[in-house]
Every structure is written in C-alpha cells, then in structure tokens.
Design a protein around this ligand. Sequence first.
Ligand code: NAD
Ligand code: WQD
Length: 336
Amino acid sequence: MNGKILVTGGTGYIGSHTVVELLNAGYEVEILDNLFNSKIEVLDRIDRITGKKPKFYKADLLDRVALDDIFANTKYDSVIHFAGLKAVGESVQKPLEYYKNNVDGTINLLQSMQEHGVKKIIFSSSATVYGVQESPEYVETMTTGGQLSNPYGRTKYFIEEIMKDLCTADPEFQVALLRYFNPIGAHPSGLLGEDPNGIPNNLMPIVMQVARGQREKLGVYGNDYPTKDGTCRRDYIHVVDLAKGHMAMLDHMQPGVSIFNLGSGEPNSVMEIIAAFEKASGKELPYEVVARRAGDLPEFWANPAKAKAELSWQTELTIDDAMKDTLNFISHESKQ
Ligand code: NAD
Ligand code: WQD
C-alpha cells in the first residue's frame, strides 16, 4: 500500500496531472488549493480519468490555522508542494504579493508539517533559479541565485535556501527540489490541461488563445538572438512526463536535500514550437515578430543525466505529443 500524500496546488496545471499519476499508482491523495488559479471542476475531471475523487481542502497557505487543522486531521507521509503564484511579469509589478504568497506560504506549510511530524516534501522549483550561467546547459551543481531577472524567480531561489537551512537544522527532513524546465501539453484524455485564470504569460497558453480565436496572433519575442533561427530556445517538457518525475522522486526520498532537473535535455526554438503546432493542427498559426521581452535569455536547457541515473526517470513524450494533446484539450473544452 502506498502512502498518503497532501498535494498543495493540486487543482492547478502540473498538480492535477501529478494527482492523476499518484492515484493511478495507488497513492491516497488529498488536495489543498485556494482556487486562485484553478477551478473546482478539475476534481470531477480527475475522477473521470482515475475513478477516484481526492478529498479537497479549499484553503490558503497563508492561513496557518487552516493548515494546522488539515495536518491534525490526517497523518500524511509526504507533501508535494505546487501551490504558488507563477506569473513572471506580474511578480515585477507586485513583488510583495509574490514574496508573501510564495515564501510566507511555504514557511507556514513547513512549520505546520514540522509541528505535526510530517517531514518529506517535494517542492516545485524552477530552472529560473540558475539565472545567468556561462553554459546554457544547466547542471544541478551550478551555483544558483545569480542575476535572477524577476521576483518570481527569487521566490523559488529563497524557498530552496530556506529548505536547505531547514534540513541542516532538522536532519529528519527529506526535501526534494525539482527544477522544472518549460512544462507544456495536456492529459491525453483531453480533460486536463493548462487553464489559467486571467491573462496568460507563457508561450503555450498564448498559442492556445490564438488557436481558439481569442487572440489574433502570437507575438514572437525577437528573432535576432544568437540561435539557429534567431528565436529563443527552451527545454519544453510534456506535463505528463513531468508528473511522472514526481512519482520517481517519491521512490527515492532520502534525508537532507536532493536536487534534480526535470527536463528533456533537448531545446526547441519558438519557431519550432509554432511549426510543431501547425503540423499537429494542420492550420497556420498567425504570428508576428515583435520586440524582445525584457529578461529573456537566448537559450537554456536541462542536463537531465542526474535524474536518469538516480531516479531512473527521463522524458518519453515529444513536443509533437504535447501539441496533439494540447489540441485535444482545446477540442474537449468546447464540448464541456
Ligand atoms: P498553477 O497556477 O496552475 O497551479 C498552482 C496552484 O496553486 C493553483 O491552483 C493556485 O490556485 C494554487 N495556489 C496559489 N497560491 C496558493 C495559496 N497561497 N494557497 C493555496 N493554493 C494556492 O501553476 P502550475 O503551472 O501548475 O505550477 C505549479 C508549481 O510549479 C508552481 O509553484 C510553479 O511556480 C512551479 N513551476 C511552474 C512552471 C511552469 O512553467 N508552469 C515551471 C517551473 C515551476
Ligand atoms: C517561452 C519562450 C519567450 C510568449 C517562464 C519562467 C520560468 C518557468 C517557465 C516557472 C520564450 C517566447 C513567449 C509569447 C514568445 N516558469 N514567447 N511570445 O520565459 O522560458 O520561462 O516559464 O518557473 O521560470 O521564466 O517561458 O513560456 O514565457 O516563454 O515569443 O507571447 O516563448 O520569449 O523564448 P520562459 P515562456
């Protein structure tokens, strides 16, 4: 029998896909989310895919009393911590909101866990903590926290450091920092996908808006970068592969801090993403090259060797799979 897991942010994009993998593998799952950036309907979708509806707490990480109630109710083996604000541009406008939600929220969670004797946590970190490096192929041993271009990225860096300090102070803690690269795609059922509230910032949700006719065209942020086709290159990872990375991590938790990149190791340019989407849809995707976006790096990607060697995990799905699944999600949306 697998253990009981509390998933914060479990109705969100990556969280919901991970909950499906956990339930399918026989874990007992409970979800905590304040629904700031996700919808309650996700619980029914999870039920339709897995035949199981996880217990749901509509709660905010900033509400320490609510957290203590949840931990007093149930003895969890581990926590997977996805909950956080993630809009890079907004974090520049509202840094205090981001530090409060992400950093204070995580400290509340860790304090409540410690007081209730729950000492295993997997944290959604990000490639953004690497900042600017000499090599675009990021390895876990690189120094982090240098030249981070926005408060969102700094919240991830600060939380990583807080968790490292906690492991020094309390050697019973088992912390995994998973540094995600660029998650894309949707569940192959078409029932789950990226569905942010408000105005999206990331490439794929904007591509999806164009495909739905909600936006006239995609603005490509610059084509004069020192890359093969002049557009930025990123390591796009299918969200189902990413979800499975959490499963692999749960099997390899150990005392102290473990750090893993979760990426494919294969970067693609913005033009390659457009071409893959057009191939999958059979239609042209209207776009226009516009000015560079402040803070964008020309290219970076994961060195995924450590996750492969130690977690026996690697990506299996391609960007073509991600495009097909994204289109399937869009076509299901219109039928809901
Ligand atoms: P998401 O916005 O879809 O999911 C996050 C969830 O957390 C949402 O459902 C939101 O309602 C909830 N939440 C936010 N603040 C909360 C709070 N104070 N209390 C309770 N719930 C709260 O985002 P996602 O793309 O699924 O990302 C999940 C995690 O992975 C985030 O921590 C994000 O920073 C990190 N991450 C995301 C990416 C990416 O590109 N999507 C890349 C690297 C890391
Ligand atoms: C991808 C590429 C843009 C929108 C961010 C965070 C990172 C992580 C993932 C959480 C870039 C280009 C985008 C558009 C475009 N998140 N683009 N037109 O910037 O690589 O990473 O999300 O941790 O921390 O910084 O992702 O999806 O915003 O952009 O041309 O309208 O698409 O320039 O090259 P990014 P993104």
